[in-house]
Design a protein around this ligand. Structure first.
Ligand code: TXE
Length: 471
């Protein structure tokens, strides 16, 4: 166990009124550190601090906001190694990926600072001028998950601040430590109360979603929790951005170049051990290339060095928590019972740590849980098809709608098919690429609202029309 962690309320480091809880290292199942357990009273204090800070922050100029967010990015750079190390310890990903997460968080912070909030002139005639301005909402509640904890906290917090709001953030109780450090970093440069971090179990999240003084909830997590949030937020009519799970399909067309696509398919399916909302989670492959692509994917899977992400040379870490490991294991067992072939992997590793090797499952189809449900872990079902129309139909026959992809050497044909996929982002010869300037979000049960770019920023504002009568 290393250093002490505190809540951040109104810029003060505060102990949890209800004690602490242990955060486990998924590679060892040993405690990394104790995280403070906030009380509901402390949540109220955090909201109050954010509300007070909003009174002046809402009046800040765009240039002031940009300057402060860039200063946060500077501070993040200074503590990048510390952040990467704690992400490896509490989240489990290998060091190279934790460094990429910190690098992404810094890049996103700067990109968000650079966004301009437009004033739209709707009419400018002899008789009147009508302008549409964008005003901040107030206190934004951010609730984050355990897969990309730092990056997602930055995705929530920075646009909220850029638009003139203040924030109360509750990270997942499984990976709270990096967000507490992020809170410290922000509070080195931000005015008191601008960003408050409270940690603890889900009832805090639940209380946030019903809180009368929180104006918006931005949530990344599971569909059932998204549904609970929406119901809980109804009485106060909160604005919502819900980025929920996905079960992204990838379709490999008969003309695809397997040498070119095998590695990116593997990487985007197993990104962060498959624990990525927009990872490729169901792969539809034309029968003419099915065996050859499976063979290539197995070869790449077997080259991975599975182990503790803190160790040199490890390319593949553990699953983040035992609940998720059990889901993965259960889905693979169910697939096996239904006649699927496990080409590689297929069982948790012996010993301590939530290790599950990269697993490729063949001879499986829709109707089996591993295809129909989100596995959110290191296993990819590969499904054979013979007719492209049928593959498109099956890709769309799922209640999720986050991402999708088409893999082909014929970009025009791929684009025609991509346009028919029912999802928020359709990639061609790629998957899971999320960028600070491209709006990202889901349709169907994957949620609503987008993040990133101008469209994402505007979700943290409400429009105000100024109508000037010149007559
Ligand atoms: O998420 P939860 P879990 C999916 C993935 C995974 C499943 C469950 O399929 O198997 O979600 O993961 C807070 N009101 N994704 O159980 O429960 C909670 O404290 C308000 C997809 O970890 O959704 C945590 O901070 N908040 C995903 C956050 O919600 C509540 C990433 C997420 O927890 C709450 C992770 C409530 N009633 C998992 N209950 C993605 N989209 O990337 C819990 N929380």
């Amino acid at each position: 166990m290393n250093r002490e962690y505190n809540l951040i309320i109104g810029r003060q480091a505060v102990a949890g009124a209800e004690g602490t809880f242990n955060v486990l290292n998924p590679a060892t199942e040993q405690p990394v550190a104790a995280s403070p357990q906030a009380s509901l009273e402390q949540l109220n204090q955090a909201v109050e601090a954010a509300q007070t800070a909003f009174e002046s922050w809402k009046l800040s100029t765009h240039a002031e906001r940009q300057r402060m967010i860039n200063k946060i990015a500077d501070q993040l750079e200074k503590r990048a190694d510390e952040l990467a190390a704690i992400i490896v310890q509490e989240q489990g990903k290998p060091m190279f990926l934790a460094k990429a997460e910190v690098g992404g968080a810094i890049a996103w912070t700067r990109a968000t600072a650079a966004l301009e909030v437009p004033v739209e002139v709707i009419e400018d005639s002899d008789s009147k001028r009508i302008e549409m301005h964008r005003k901040p909402l107030g206190v934004v509640g951010s609730i984050t998950p355990w897969n990309w904890p730092l990056m997602i906290a930055v995705w929530h917090i920075m646009p909220a601040l850029r638009a003139g709001n203040t924030v109360v953030c509750k990270p997942s109780e499984l990976t709270p430590l990096n967000t507490l450090i992020l809170g410290e970093i922000i509070n080195e440069v931000a005015p008191a109360g601008l960003v408050n971090i409270i940690t603890g179990e889900s009832r805090l999240g639940s209380a946030m979603t019903a809180h009368p003084d929180i104006q918006k909830i931005v949530f990344t997590g599971s569909i059932p929790t998204g549904q609970a949030i929406m119901a809980n937020a109804a009485p106060t009519l909160k604005r919502l951005t819900l980025e929920l799970g996905g079960n992204d399909a990838g379709i490999v067309l008969p003309d695809a170049d397997l040498d070119a696509i095998a590695m990116p398919i593997f990487q985007t399916s197993f990104l962060n051990m498959g624990q990525t909302c927009a990872a490729l989670k169901r792969l539809y492959v034309h029968e003419s290339q099915y065996d050859a692509l499976c063979e290539r994917l197995v070869a790449i899977a077997e080259q991975q060095n599975v182990g503790n992400g803190a160790e040199e040379g490890v390319t593949f870490g553990p699953v983040q928590n035992s609940k998720q490991l059990n889901i993965v294991n259960e889905l693979v067992e169910d697939a096996r019972d239904n006649g699927a072939q496990i080409l590689t992997g297929g069982a948790p590793a012996e010993g301590s740590g939530y290790f599950y090797p990269p697993t490729i499952v063949a001879e499986i189809s829709d109707g089996v849980r591993l295809v129909d449900e989100e596995q959110f872990g290191p296993v990819l079902p590969v499904i054979r098809y013979s007719d492209v129309e049928d593959a498109v139909r099956r890709a769309n026959a799922n209640s999720n709608g986050l991402g999708g992809s088409v893999w082909s050497s014929d970009i025009e044909q791929a684009q025609r098919i991509a346009a028919r996929l029912e999802c928020g982002t359709a990639w061609i010869n790629n998957h899971a690429e999320i960028l600070p300037h491209a709006p990202f979000g889901g349709c169907k049960m994957s949620g609503f609202g987008v993040e990133f770019g101008l469209e994402g920023l505007l979700e943290y504002t409400s429009p105000q029309v100024i109508n000037i009568n010149k007559g």
